[in-house]
Design a protein. Sequence first.
Length: 104
Amino acid sequence: MADSNDSNVMAELAKINRRLTLMENRFSNLSDHVSLIENSLNERHKDSGKNVSNIEISVKEIRDRVSNFELELKKFNGIISNFASKQDIKILERYINFWNPIKE
């Protein structure tokens, strides 16, 4: 009878040991999976940081170009403001016609 109880206890211990080993393996697999995910996320984070840096550089270049364009437009407006307007040309044309009329 004691032998039967001992064998039952040993069988239960073996069963518990198998379950524990199975759980340890599952835990190890989950740990590996989490580690893989962490590494992947770290790589993506690094890539994202590089992309953000590149975008910041591009935005700065665009701002510089827009600033240069604004300066060129201001210069152009200054040059254009020195030109005679349509109304001024019509007035000059009237004076010229008044002084030197062309008769047909």
